[in-house]
Design a protein around this ligand. Structure first.
Ligand code: KIV
Ligand code: ZN
Length: 515
């Protein structure tokens, strides 16, 4: 069985999704979960893009021990210098350097001749090696629209220069499985030194073919697949890694390939990424969507009750969905709580453990059954709470309705300067009244572009989670909030988005570079 390496770029390409801006603690939580998920390589970010990204990559490189950590660099010595600074403490650091190779990119974007591009690519791989990187992935951006002969020529030269992985991305999601597979076959057949390296595929989903293209690459010699959790990423996103891992497992009769992915960590990984990025997973999404295991029609329900395999090709347990995950209750003590969170894979400092236990106890006063999903919300919120940055804090709120009156929200906040502010506004509905009030209370100019609400787990006492997308003083941000009350969750999501901008301002004091 051929072993396929899984390269996760949720924290880099995934983070390039519009409105997604994870802070350092959120990135670290995702990185730890990705390690539990069993990926082989983690692209932690693009350190030259901002001070915030640099610090997040450095922290991840210092923390993650069982996964090779990589960072993106443009074909520039200064980007490689910054990547080295961010990665030098990693157990297994690797550089990911790229340059575009398609005629359209070379002519219009780079304004370089093919010969110049070859020279830059070779020079940058050589520079990366001199800098200290033992592993170097080189990517031919827009490879799928590159002339094959030219691609083979440049690939051979960068391998000679010291590249250890060659990545051939379908940057714009344009290729078909047959074409993409043939490109890998061509490299295998025409690049004399190709067997010295891992060949990697990196597919975007603009035409909905990212996963099919990734599998076509494997069938034609790729030994590494790049993608993201939930398929998030630029534009239509990247290949969804959880779909790849499950497809290779379920159709193992057809695909003789294996990965190191720990399948029963799939749901938790997907939930964490969705929660922290604010990118909801569509109900009908393969493998992790809410409806992926729901059987609506009577005939299907009847079949599944008689034998699940009639209509269920993936068992929910395989991807970590437990039907009965009641864990702790009102009478559970600190000891049982500590054991449980350890079981869930969390490692909390004593202070954070006390904070989490307090939040758990508060929840047991209001909710009869506390599930793994509830604990996951408490723990994630505590682990990613950035309390050392100035911010707005919700003190109290009240929404009043009457049959003939517009709803009125009254909200009190502590401002970033530490003073108390209170006001009231009306709206056509309760959320609008609440948001009109918050908008009036905060100094920043806010514009709400998206809002959605979901429940964590099942039952009428389930926690509510609100996600918003907003422009705050011109910066596009996502915010989230969870609480048992939907209006409280909504207010927290609004303030989380505004507070996030303070953090961006604090960490991004350098000009943001882009790819
Ligand atoms: O899609 C792409 O080409 C990329 C490269 C930077 C690897 O993300
Ligand atoms: Zn990409």
């Amino acid at each position: 069985m051929v072993q396929i390496k899984i390269f996760d770029t949720t924290l880099r390409d995934g983070e390039q999704s519009p409105g997604v801006n994870l802070n350092q603690l959120e990135k670290l939580e995702i990185a730890k979960q990705l390690e539990r998920f069993g990926i082989d390589v983690m692209e932690a970010g693009f350190p030259a893009s901002s001070q915030g990204d640099f610090e997040a990559v450095r922290k991840i490189a210092q923390t993650i021990k069982n996964v090779s950590v990589t960072a993106l660099a443009r074909a520039k010595e200064s980007d490689i210098d910054v990547a080295w600074e961010a990665l030098k403490d990693a157990t297994d650091p690797r550089l990911h350097v790229f340059i575009a190779t398609s005629p359209i990119h070379m002519e219009h974007k780079l304004k370089k001749t093919p010969e110049e591009v070859i020279q830059i690519a070779v020079d940058m791989v050589t520079y990366g090696k001199q800098k200290g990187f033992k592993k170097i992935e080189w990517s031919a951006e827009d490879a799928s629209r590159t002339d094959l002969e030219f691609l083979a020529q440049i690939v051979e030269k960068v391998i000679d220069a010291g590249a250890t992985v060659i990545n051939l991305p379908d940057t714009v999601g344009y290729t078909t499985p047959k074409e993409y597979g043939e490109m890998f076959r061509y490299m295998k057949d025409n690049v004399p030194n190709i067997n010295k390296v891992d060949l990697s595929a990196h597919c975007h989903d603009d035409l909905g073919m990212a996963l099919a293209n990734s599998i076509a690459a494997i069938e034609n010699g790729a030994t590494q697949i790049e993608g993201t959790i939930n398929g998030i990423g630029e534009r239509a996103g990247n290949a969804a890694l959880e779909e790849l891992a499950v497809a290779l497992t379920i159709r193992n009769d057809f695909y003789p390939y294996t990965t190191n992915i720990v399948l029963n960590e799939t749901k938790r990984t997907s939930d964490l990424v969705s929660k922290l990025t604010g990118m909801a997973v569509p109900g009908n999404k393969a493998v992790v969507g809410r409806n992926a295991f729901a059987h609506e029609s009577g005939i299907h329900q009847d079949g599944v009750l008689k034998n699940a395999s009639t209509y269920e090709i993936i068992s929910p347990e395989m991807v970590g969905i437990q039907s009965n995950n009641l864990v702790l209750g009102k009478h559970s003590g600190r000891h049982a709580f500590k054991d449980k969170i350890k079981q869930l894979g969390y490692d909390l400092s004593d202070d954070k453990l006390s904070e989490a236990f307090k939040a758990f106890k508060l929840l047991t006063d209001r909710k009869k059954e506390v599930t793994d999903d509830d604990l996951f919300v408490i723990l994630t919120d505590i682990q990613t709470d950035v309390s050392n940055v100035k911010r707005y804090v919700l003190e109290s709120f009240q929404v009043q309705y009457g049959s003939y009156n517009l709803p009125t929200a009254t909200v009190a906040l502590t401002t970033p300067e530490g003073s108390r502010a209170e006001t009231a506004c009306t709206g056509q509905g309760s959320v609008e009244a609440l948001y009109n009030t918050l908008e009036k209370l905060v100094k920043e100019e806010t514009h709400l572009t998206d809002y959605h609400l979901s429940s964590i787990g099942k039952g009428r006492d389930a926690l509510a989670e609100a996600h918003v997308s907003m422009s705050v003083d011109g910066t596009q941000v996502n915010g989230r909030g969870s609480a048992q009350d939907v209006l409280e969750a909504s207010a927290q999501a609004f303030l989380n988005a505004v507070n996030r901008v303070f953090l961006i301002q604090k960490t991004e004091n350098k000009e943001k570079a882009s790819i």
